[in-house]
Design a protein around this ligand. Structure first.
Ligand SMILES: *Cc1c(COP(=O)(O)O)cnc(C)c1O
Length: 360
């Protein structure tokens, strides 16, 4: 039988070039490289350069590395919130971000909707808002923010720092970085890499805010506060001995993605999402969990399978397809399908044909 394809959102299917890059890392002694060497700086420089090109990040953005996106949830609250944070919550990941703010003793306002739903945009203008946390793609439910909504968000919160968790959508979304202040992801999702690295892109306003908080003697953390991370980033270094292999692989895969072009990756993502949603919309037994088309994620597609969940799962596995389980309480009712650059058009066509053959 052909190799299994992993449709779990994370860790997801490895991008097909990763095994060769790991071999080259071993051959080139990257695994025992000093993080204060010139060679290390070259690796960081390349990863950041390729990533900036891929995401079309503006020059005034800094890229820093952490251990995970979970760490960035915590660091972003510590470094960017003096008193109050506003969280848009529609599932487990956005809820966890808000919970971390509570654990860090911030005053947390929740704007919450049911799982499977997107948000109505705020009517008013809130010039006093300090920090707004958005989960661009709620991985637990497959709900995504339409990019047009960011214009409205920016005008509703003209002075807030808007931080976007795009862990399970980047590099797909074509963000207007002028409307937000930072974005982050971890590499084991849509970048098709092994886990253990978080990537945080922030603008100058974030650095200025961290600086302000530090001056006010508010705890912004130590080795991984934003100012220290930035001070090392400008030298293409990191404060601690980092996941060098992870940074190396990110540079290599971002280069592979750039060669393929972000335009092609976006078009293929849209094609694959369209054929899967079309199948689910027409299927006699399965249906898309997210009803509203404009809120349907292109990168994590959730199928409501209800009582046949286990039998669809088994049927898919017999055909070489490993779906992601539903998240949390939806584990026995839903299946999730990651649609990342590592999932080829042919693999998606096979997935769709196989689901089409499932008759209960
Ligand atoms: C997976 C995920 C995270 C956490 O990522 P880690 O790398 O496990 O820390 C955060 N936010 C979203 C939206 C995710 O999907």
């Amino acid at each position: 039988m052909a190799a299994l394809t992993n449709y779990t959102p994370g860790p997801s299917q490895l991008y097909f070039t990763v095994p060769d890059h790991i071999k080259s890392a071993i051959k080139n002694n990257i695994l025992s490289l000093s993080h204060r060497s010139k060679s290390f700086e070259t690796i960081v420089e390349k990863a950041v350069r390729e990533l900036k090109q891929l995401l079309q990040l503006p020059e005034n953005y800094t890229v820093v590395f952490t251990s995970s996106a979970t760490e960035i949830w915590e660091r972003s609250i510590e470094n960017l919130v003096e008193e109050k944070s506003i969280h848009y919550v529609n599932g487990s990941f956005s809820a966890r971000y808000a919970e971390i703010a509570t654990q860090l003793h911030k005053q947390v306002s929740l704007i919450q909707v049911e799982e499977g739903k997107g948000f109505e945009l705020p009517e008013g203008i809130y010039p006093e808002a300090e920090f707004v946390a958005i989960t661009h793609n709620e991985t637990s439910t497959g709900v995504s923010w339409p990019l047009e909504d960011f214009h409205k968000l920016r005008s509703s919160y003209p002075n807030a720092l808007i931080m976007v968790d795009a862990v399970s959508s980047l590099p797909y979304p074509d963000f207007d970085f002028g409307l937000i202040d930072g974005v982050f992801f971890s590499v084991q999702k849509a970048f098709g890499l092994p886990p253990g690295l978080g990537v945080w892109c922030v603008n100058q306003k974030c650095l200025a805010k961290a600086n302000d908080l530090q001056k006010k003697k508010i705890n912004i953390g130590t080795y991984h506060n934003l100012l220290t991370l930035h001070a090392f980033a400008v030298k293409n270094q990191t404060p601690e001995t980092p996941n060098t292999l992870g940074i190396y692989l990110l540079g290599q895969v971002a280069e592979d993605f750039n060669r393929r072009t972000i335009h092609t990756i976006r078009k293929e993502t849209e094609y694959k999402a369209a054929i899967l949603y079309q199948l689910l919309d027409q299927h006699p037994i399965l249906k898309p969990f997210v009803e509203k088309k404009e809120h349907r994620s292109k990168t994590v597609i959730v199928a409501q399978c209800s009582e046949v969940t286990q039998s669809v799962n088994q049927f898919l596995q017999q055909h070489g397809i490993v779906p992601g389980d539903g998240y949390g309480k939806n584990k026995t009712q839903q299946l999730r399908f990651a649609n990342f650059p590592a999932h080829s058009k042919e693999q998606f066509e096979w997935l769709v044909d196989t689901l089409d053959k499932f008759k209960g």
